[in-house]
Design a protein around this ligand. Structure first.
Ligand code: HEM
Length: 204
């Protein structure tokens, strides 16, 4: 077994996931009347409206901690562009031409940066119509903010769906976040450059 995530990082990741579902489901309740029933999960409309921004803010803060820890390993390289070029073959079941990945492959890196951008937009635009704490400001700005907030939420939800699908699709990945470890075979097969780096690291 190889260590992939320390305990604190995993606890933070699951806190982010919990807050994502809380902020996401309460946000969807305001998005369309047909989804308003979701507000019952939070004690009704007023409570959903009160809790939503706090859950969102906490999610952004918790994610910021994870992003500061992981951004270096998510830097884009030439190999990643090559990986994207061959990704069609991989989706068709042929992994033979895929360039070797480091700790994260290009797909994971793309989702990581999508999350960073969407969460930054959600934070900035969300503050612009959080009347409990911030001045109401100009109506046009608020309308643009609401539109961008919904667009960023859509991007984040789609990104997280792909993220969860990939975690389930690549067998042996979920345990990286539940136990913190992965098998050597998983690492060699899916992230050979990371495997090499971990094996060459001097033992603590
Ligand atoms: C039920 C929901 C979720 C599941 C099952 C899940 C699963 C996982 C797994 C298994 C990993 C490890 C992947 C690896 O090391 O190769 C991971 C990493 C990660 N997850 Fe999640 N996740 C969920 C929700 C979220 C949410 C909501 C966010 C952020 C909004 C998120 C952000 C991340 C990030 C940033 C990483 C590190 C990967 C990277 O930096 O590219 N996850 N997740």
């Amino acid at each position: 077994m190889l260590q992939r995530y320390p305990d604190a990082q995993r606890m933070n990741h699951w806190l982010i996931a919990l807050l994502f579902f809380g902020a996401g489901l309460s946000g969807l309740a305001f998005f369309h009347p047909s989804l308003f029933f979701l507000s019952n999960l939070f004690g009704g409309g007023p409570w959903a409206r009160i809790l939503h921004p706090y859950m969102g803010l906490l999610m952004v803060l918790a994610f910021a901690v994870l992003a500061v820890q992981l951004w270096k390993e998510n830097r884009w390289t030439k190999t990643d562009t090559e990986w994207v070029r061959h990704s069609k073959d991989m989706l068709a079941g042929d992994k033979s031409n895929m360039p070797p990945a480091g700790k994260y492959n290009a797909g994971q890196k793309g989702i990581f940066w999508l999350m960073v951008v969407c969460l930054a937009v959600l934070l900035v635009t969300g503050v612009m119509f959080w009347h409990a704490w911030f001045p109401e400001g100009n109506i046009l700005m608020r309308r643009v903010a609401v539109l961008l907030h919904a667009a960023a939420a859509t991007g984040l939800i789609l990104g997280v769906i792909v993220h969860i699908y990939a975690a389930i699709w690549v067998k042996g990945t979920i345990r990286a976040m539940t136990r913190g470890t992965v098998t050597e075979t998983w690492a060699k097969h899916n992230h050979p450059l990371w495997y090499k780096e971990v094996k060459e690291r001097p033992r603590a």
